[in-house]
Design a protein around this ligand. Structure first.
Ligand code: NAD
Length: 350
């Protein structure tokens, strides 16, 4: 059984990853498209066998309510538009899968969660790394105590942004610069790998005055997060550095790294442990079968819909990253560490 999705926004991610991943998924299929570009939408619809009557634009989006083939919508629009399209999608009675970052403010995240609750529809944030096989294996290894007690996390997610006119560099559409877009991968990984929530953040950002790309948003961000057990996470993210993506977790008995981490393809793991019987430090490079992260993520959500289960990365997970992102900006602005209250309940489902 395949759950029918309406894909909302036909930009790079939707066309390059999400729609192709539908072909690799077991439980998800595209049945409608929502786009501001009618001609493009009809062309893509024909390519994916979607009925011309199931092509909508941003004004007719609400008419999805009367399309019973559509069980869920996948929001793939610029960040600040997520709120409106999640709320309208929920009102149309559809379950919602929404791209990261969830929104551009805590208030928007809370509004989205409340709207989905009121409409009795499920809300999941598309944190694809949490459905990626190496990341999942690493979580299992950490929870099994393989590395002892986790002490430190260090990570980078950087890239060079080109076009200075793109929405990613406009504060009103993106909410910020590299931090909410790519830094959020480091932040989210620190949380899901440790299974803890930070209680304090200290951060710095750089917004170079002589670079026209960064008139509105930061070019780079460095953050230190402290967790209740004494675990500490440090990460860097940039929009003005060469592409670089990795993470490393260090425990009392060993360490592991993903390099590259956060990539669509080709993630690699190395881990190193002291083997007491051999009295040797042993390095390992496990080979884990690559799976399409977008297909895995969509299939998880489809099964949650079909079996009425709670998604692993619900709206609360996105809200918590937004709270921490706000604290990161506040720390950078004030030059002071910012205390954080723990979320009222766990932010991740099973
Ligand atoms: P994009 O610019 O390629 O596509 C955005 C789409 O939104 C375009 O089709 C554009 O026409 C449409 N749009 C509608 N209203 C718009 C407006 N007012 N301004 C600009 N565009 C408008 O962006 P993208 O890379 O596809 O990103 C879309 C979303 O997906 C973002 O939230 C982004 O953070 C997320 N994303 C996630 C991943 C991931 O790995 N999970 C990767 C890339 C992007």
């Amino acid at each position: 059984q395949r759950t029918g999705y309406a894909i909302v926004g036909l930009g790079r991610l939707a066309l390059g990853e999400i729609l192709p991943a539908m072909g690799k998924s077991k439980y998800s299929k595209p049945v409608a498209l929502v786009s501001g570009d009618r001609e493009k939408a009809h062309k893509i619809a024909a390519q994916y066998g979607i009925k011309p009557t199931s092509v909508y634009d941003y004004t007719t989006y609400d008419q999805l309510a009367s399309n019973p083939e559509v069980k869920a919508v996948y929001i793939v629009l610029p960040n600040s538009l997520h709120e409106e399209f999640v709320v309208r999608g929920a009102k149309a009675g559809k379950h919602i899968l929404c791209e990261k970052p969830m929104a551009t403010s805590v208030k928007a995240c809370e509004h989205m969660i409340a709207a989905c609750k009121t409409a009795s529809v499920k809300l999941m944030i598309a944190y694809r790394s949490q459905y990626e096989p190496y990341d999942k294996a690493l979580v299992k290894m950490i929870r099994s105590g393989k590395f002892g007690t986790l002490k430190q996390f260090i990570s980078t997610n950087s890239q060079n942004q080109g076009d200075p006119t793109q929405w990613r560099l406009k504060k009103s559409l993106a909410g910020g610069g590299c931090m909410p877009d790519v830094g959020v991968y480091c932040l989210n990984a620190a949380r899901f790998l440790s299974g803890e929530e930070p209680t304090e953040v200290f951060a710095a950002i750089d917004q170079p005055k002589d670079d026209p790309r960064f008139t509105e948003v930061e070019a780079s961000c460095q953050a230190i997060l402290k967790f209740p057990s004494g675990f500490t996470a440090t990460f860097n993210t940039a929009y003005n550095a060469h592409k670089s993506q990795f993470l490393r977790v260090e425990g009392t008995e060993g360490f592991a790294e993903l390099n590259p981490a956060f990539a669509y393809h080709g993630i690699k793991m190395k881990f190193s442990l002291y083997e007491p019987q051999l009295k040797l430090e042993m390095a390992h490079e496990p080979a884990i079968e690559e799976k399409d992260q977008f297909a895995e993520e969509m299939d998880h959500f489809s099964l949650c819909i079909q079996k009425d289960l709670q998604p692993h990365t619900p709206g609360e997970e996105g809200l918590q990253d937004q709270r921490i992102t706000d604290a990161i900006y506040e720390s950078a602005r004030t030059g002071k560490p910012i205390r954080l209250q723990p979320p009222p309940s766990p932010t991740r489902g099973p």
